[in-house]
Design a protein around this ligand. Structure first.
Ligand SMILES: Cc1cc2nc3c(=O)[nH]c(=O)nc-3n(C[C@H](O)[C@H](O)[C@H](O)COP(=O)(O)OP(=O)(O)OC[C@H]3O[C@@H](n4cnc5c(N)ncnc54)[C@H](O)[C@@H]3O)c2cc1C
Length: 436
């Protein structure tokens, strides 16, 4: 998303670009995504993402409308705005149409898109990045000289070791809900040129998925995502709640990673099943019975006729069923009495008391990492030495860090907005090495 957006804008303005794509086909995770969205205001962004870089957050919100206008200018439909995740706003877009249109425009302008090609090193000269050395499908090496080099490899979620190092030791073992090629190549290349990494403990964007179910088929990334957790109760292996589930499934996914074994039991009742499990999650996407899909996919799941049945939960599941039964009853009593619950319950305080009860074992799965190469609002990569940007080096999309810290307000939009910012920087002329 970031790389093609940047390259298309440069090519459209008559510039020279080479897109280097490691996979057989361009498009990455953006091919699975459907909504270009973020918060409608800077204030809302600050509220949901208080620890993110305020400059980047403002640039994202301020640049969003131009990003949408850019997509439309290519003849790609952005549907009328709809609410997203309760606090955001965005447009449904056929991302495949957008990405294919970008690629076609680049080629039509006589510019190159190299697929099945990877970058083994950046070309540097006296601290400035001057291009890259790429390995072509036949194994030969091509040196590409460039005034500007944009790193847009989509983050490091595909590398278990980097996940363990930068996200959480248990993250090495979580499911990957994204394209398999984003394995931190941009991060390594950027750091080799002296780029700064941030922020520490930034977290990741992901969702709860049924534990232990293979995510090899990308159709499952959305079909099996347990977005409805915001209206359910989640218990860890000790039988306790540990997070306010209602503030967002993507936040709950981060919280579950920190619990023992990073797995938990998601409990819903018949009302939640009717109103959320089988209903549409976001306007424009038809609802499907996720519980059925998870069950059919082999998830550890059950339908209990009463809360009493929890006491006879199979031992091999490894949860104290009677404790969970008690906790559900205590939760119901508290919300009926309008009393506080621990943890809190901000957004949906209705009891879960309509049998039958739908139980699925959930685990976090990662879509992209929030930590990355620190950039400024023009997508220039900051140097680890702190003395301004690394000359000639840009980053955007999930390769860029600093925007979000343990919070999320869109993945396509930052890739688009900072991809276009990178194009703007490149079109403005060659870097000045004095900036360093
Ligand atoms: C199922 C799913 C649904 C999603 N839904 C939404 C949504 O509705 N709204 C939203 O805002 N976000 C959504 N996202 C997130 C969104 O797709 C990403 O945030 C966005 O695509 C990030 O853009 P990017 O350019 O950084 O990475 P990508 O779009 O993933 O592109 C990275 C590209 O880099 C390539 N690459 C990796 N390493 C190299 C290398 N060494 N050399 C060359 N190329 C390399 C990859 O193959 C890939 O093509 C979704 C993601 C998934 C998986």
């Amino acid at each position: 998303m970031a790389g093609l957006s940047a390259a298309t804008r440069v090519a459209a303005e008559g510039g020279t670009v080479v897109v280097v794509e490691k996979a057989e086909r361009t498009g990455g995770s953006a091919r699975f995504a459907g909504f270009v969205w973020t918060t409608p205001t800077v204030e809302e962004m600050r509220r949901v993402n208080p620890d993110g870089d305020p400059g980047l957050a403002t640039a994202l919100v301020d640049g969003f409308a131009d990003g949408v206008a850019w997509i439309r200018s290519l003849g790609v439909e952005c549907r009328p705005p709809v609410p997203v995740l309760g606090f955001g706003r965005g447009h449904q877009v056929d991302t495949n149409h957008y990405l294919d249109t970008c690629e076609r425009l680049i080629r039509d302008r006589g510019q190159e898109v190299l697929t099945d090609t990877w970058t083994r090193a950046l070309v540097t000269d006296d601290g400035a990045v001057k291009g890259a050395e790429c390995v072509l499908p036949d194994g030969s090496v091509r040196r590409i000289e460039a005034a500007w080099t944009l790193l847009a490899t989509g983050g490091f979620q595909g590398d278990p070791g980097l996940r363990a190092e930068h996200v959480h030791p248990r993250a090495a073992h979580i499911g990957l809900r994204a394209n398999p090629h984003s394995r931190g190549d941009g991060l390594a290349l950027g750091r080799s040129a002296g780029a700064a990494f941030g922020k520490k403990d930034a977290g990741f964007y992901g969702h709860l998925m049924p534990a232990g179910v293979s995510l090899a088929d990308p159709a499952r990334f959305v079909d099996l995502a347990l977005y409805y957790s915001e209206h359910a109760l989640l218990f860890d292996t000790t039988g306790e709640r540990f997070v306010d589930e209602t503030v967002g499934d993507h936040l709950t996914a981060m919280a579950l990673l920190e619990r023992p074994e990073a797995r938990g039991l998601l409990v819903a009742d018949a009302r939640v099943h009717r109103e959320w499990i089988s209903a549409s999650y976001v306007e424009g996407i038809p609802g499907v019975d996720k519980f059925q899909l998870c069950h059919r996919a082999g998830a550890r799941s059950a339908v209990a006729d009463s809360l009493e049945d929890f006491a006879s939960m199979p031992e091999e599941w490894g949860y104290p069923g009677a404790t969970i039964r008690d906790r559900v009853e205590e939760f119901n009593a508290a919300v009926r009495a309008n009393a506080t619950t621990a943890p809190g319950r901000l957004l949906d305080r209705r009891p879960l008391d309509e049998p039958p009860f739908y139980v699925v074992e959930a685990a976090p799965a990662i879509t992209f990492t929030f930590g990355g190469l620190l950039i400024d609002t023009e997508a220039r990569v900051r140097s680890a030495g702190g003395a301004g940007p690394v000359p000639g080096l840009l980053a955007a999309g999930a390769d860029a860090g600093g925007l979000y810290r343990r919070a999320y307000a869109g993945g396509l939009a930052p890739a688009l907005v900072f991809g276009l910012a990178a194009a703007r920087t490149a079109l403005a002329g060659a870097p000045t090495t004095a900036a360093r």
